[in-house]
Write a protein that binds this ligand. Sequence first.
Ligand code: HAM
Length: 413
Amino acid sequence: MRKLQAPRGTLDVLPPDARRRLRLVEIAGDVLGRAGYEPMETPVFEDTELFARGVGESTDIVQKEMFTFEDKAGRSLTLRPEGTAGIARAYIEHGMHKLPQPVKVWYAGPFFRHEAPQAGRFRQFTQIGAEALGSDDPTLDAELILLLAEIYERAGTGPSRLRLSSLGTPATRADYVDELRGYLRAREGELSEEVRERLEQNPLRAFDADHAGTRAVMTDAPRLIDRLSPEDADHFAEVRALLDAAGLLYELDPTLVRGLDYYTRTVFEFESERLGAQAALGGGGRYDGLVEELGGPPTPGVGWAAGMERMLLAAGEGTAARSPTVFISYAAPDTARTGFLLARQLREAGFRVESEQAGRSLKGQLKQADRVGAFATVILGDTIEVKEMQTGDQREAESWDQVLALVREVTQP
Ligand code: HAM
């Protein structure tokens, strides 16, 4: 029989890792919640057209990476490759522009991209994301960036580099691309063949070239960031001033490109050296045209998403702490029912309680108590004893109330 395995590019999350992931979601919920962001959920699959229109027909994501299928009625559906388009769709569908603005939300869940799997790159991965819709106030851009930095800090992902830029509006960008194309054409002879071939389609690619001649040409090339409209330049200056005031370091990087078409104005990405080739810990930016593109009223928006698997990779091993455990063990037959009920009582009192459930000898049970990290073990025999695991001290309890008192004494000496 064929051996069944998890599909390529997916991963099973086993208990210790799953706990670390839950912990990350808790951290994000805490950090974002204190800034007024509310949790929100959208479907894992959507109308394919949402991503074609939202993320952009010409992006790698839409052209090559989507898991698209037909349902039984012949509708084209796609497993979501990212979360912003779905949030924007739901914002329109539920008339959320009528709520007090901005609408601030966050989400965590699975996303799907058909990419070649490698370290830190999966076909099913998990993002934590945050979005603020309905205002173009630059404090939102800065607030979101600072909140993401705080989440990384609390998650222990280590040092990261923040790259920051502004893309202006689509019109500014179109004018700029024309200007860049003209500039490159004038020095065509010095460019690599690859860049020359892509000159018509995508002259921006020239910024990524390794070719020495091309690089020399690019040092003097016009930069989009110098062509921003006065309003966009002011907006960006304010975002930077806020980050400066908050003491967050960043690098201005006019070559920062994001793989999604909806961005306008601010864009940013956090990178970690601990990640190797897939260095992006998370990123985002402003998308002032997205809601309108999807058929809603003109509505600015800004947000980010962070890859959970990459955050954990950067944070390294180390398990999220478990709450203190009490272990219940059996030293005499016919004590199992007592133990079962005592476990419930101790759990009600707020303890994490495990009991022997695999028929081990008393010695084996105490070993198991150590393995689950118990600070106290209740031994049910002819008497009830409470053993403090660290010291080995053992005391008899006359009643369940006394068991509770002794267990409490051990946790809070
Ligand atoms: P993105 O940069 O495409 O942005 O993805 C955000 C993060 O998701 C990446 O930085 C990375 O950590 C993680 N990620 C992406 N693809 C994979 C993969 N194949 N395997 C593992 N992790 C991955 C967005 O998705 C935008 N929706 C962010 C945004 C929100 N912009 C505005 N609002």
